[in-house]
Design a binder for this molecule. Structure first.
Ligand SMILES: O=P(O)(O)OC[C@H]1O[C@](O)(CO)[C@@H](O)[C@@H]1O
Length: 225
């Protein structure tokens, strides 16, 4: 499972890329609005931080198919290889996806709440479909089960599309999707930090350091003892 950052905060992205095995970044119009920056300025800076080998997903804003196609072409044209245009999984979006995929524009189908939306998006040429795990949970359904079901539908039908699970609020949701082997998960910075934050881990590492410091004549590290 690929791990992406769901954020447009360049300081947070820079730090997470430094520490963790990050495969890319996703944004959406709400995330870009929160950054307060000109959208393409923010996206170009994100591209330069993550490099050309990582994935960058940015969303169209137009509501009709013709406008979505124009938005998508600009997104991919400005941000280069490994950029995916996110297109909402609605009728106008499916129409846009069919044209864009024929033109070789990589697409992430977004705003996915049901397996049938994902199925239609995949058949329309999307490379990824992004189910909203936490938002589905909040509707009283099981977001992880929906994402796993979408993964299984893609495999059962030989569709060349992967799950890009989104909208996480906790580590358990991410863990369950890794267990099922879905293609990718995009996770907010605070949730990524929480994936490996555990008082027991810190206590174990602190105890090793304290024990070693008690060794007579030892330096502070293996390199200096
Ligand atoms: O429920 P949230 O946290 O707003 O998440 C919605 C998700 O949809 C996406 O737009 C899909 O990629 C993400 O950017 C975002 O995580």
């Amino acid at each position: 499972m690929k791990l992406l950052i769901d954020d447009a905060d360049v300081d947070a992205i820079t730090r997470l890329v430094d520490y963790y095995p990050i495969d890319g970044v996703t944004t959406n119009p709400s995330i870009l609005a929160k950054s307060g920056r000109q959208p393409f300025d923010a996206l170009r800076e994100i591209r330069s931080i993550i490099g050309s080998g990582a994935e960058l997903h940015a969303q169209v804003v137009a509501r009709d198919a013709a406008g979505m196609i124009e938005d998508a072409k600009r997104i991919v044209g400005e941000l280069g290889p490994n950029t995916f245009a996110k297109v909402p999984s609605v009728p106008e979006g499916f129409k846009a996806m069919k044209t864009l995929s024929s033109a070789g524009v990589p697409i992430t189908a977004t705003a996915v709440y049901t397996p049938l939306q994902a199925f239609i998006a995949a058949k329309s040429g999307a490379s990824y479909a992004a189910p909203y795990i936490n938002r589905i949970d909040n509707m009283g359904y099981d977001g992880v089960a929906v994402a796993c079901s979408i993964h299984d539908i893609f495999r059962a039908n030989g569709l060349d599309c992967n799950v890009l699970a989104a909208s996480f609020k906790n580590s358990q949701q991410v863990l369950e999707l890794a267990r099922h082997g879905v293609g990718a998960s995009t996770v907010a910075s605070s949730v990524i930090d929480g994936l490996v934050k555990n008082a027991a881990i810190d206590a174990a590492v602190d105890a090793f350091t304290a024990d070693f410091e008690g060794l007579a004549g030892a330096g502070k590290t293996m390199a200096t003892c």
